[in-house]
Design a protein around this ligand. Structure first.
Ligand SMILES: [Zn+2]
Length: 204
């Protein structure tokens, strides 16, 4: 049970075994409602830095339960194919940095843009790139074309890295600010008790 990383959250409606996965009962194959949140589906903390070995481990555990337990129950057939597809999609979503970034962006209340706001800079970069690419294509210069692909790959890589840095800073400051708020709340409660005590004393 614990090896999958899930903690029991109630009992399976099918067999009464502790429900260790939010998606499927590993004991009887019962399929539960698949969480929309791909992190929750695999019992992972919502974060840019996904533990890929934990993800793969949990994905295998779910797949095994579907394959070995759910598939043996004919009445689950329709839900099984749906659930398998949802789990596959969730895994892709977490493994692909662009998909993961999109999910995190939206979950933090952001909206995806077609183009970056730093328009002019981006546009001149794009224009320059398109010119080089068009020229290389026209001339059939394969070495140059390979260079163009490499350049695009580098741009992709640095854009992903920039997204990761933003999310990491955001997560770090979120942790710090939540901790700051928890400290402030503890203080506020202490002083409220003092105020109440003193007021009561004065009122007497
Ligand atoms: Zn069960």
């Amino acid at each position: 049970m614990v090896e999958t990383g899930f903690s029991a959250s109630g009992e399976c409606v099918g067999c009464g075994a502790p429900q260790v996965s939010p998606a499927v009962c590993e004991a009887c194959g019962e399929i539960f409602e698949i969480p929309q949140d791909p992190f929750a589906l695999f019992g992972l903390v919502r974060s840019w830095s996904v533990d890929s070995s934990a993800l793969e481990e949990r994905y295998s555990a779910l797949s095994r339960a579907f394959r070995e337990k759910s598939a043996a129950r004919g009445e689950l057939r329709d839900r099984l194919s749906e659930a398998t597809a949802a789990v596959d999609a969730a895994r892709r979503r977490l493994s692909d940095p662009v998909e993961r970034a999109q999910y995190l962006l939206i979950s933090y209340g952001g909206v995806e843009r077609e183009k970056p706001l730093r328009k002019r800079e981006f546009q001149s970069e794009v224009m320059e790139f398109e010119q080089t690419a068009a020229k290389a294509r026209q001339e059939g210069d394969s070495a140059r074309l390979a260079g163009v692909v490499l350049e695009a790959e580098e741009k992709l890589g640095s854009a992903i890295m920039a997204a990761g840095q933003s999310f990491t800073r955001l997560e770090r400051s979120l942790v710090e600010e939540v901790s700051g708020a928890a400290d402030a709340l503890a203080e506020a409660r202490f002083w409220r008790r003092k105020v109440d005590e003193m007021r009561e004393f004065l009122g007497r």
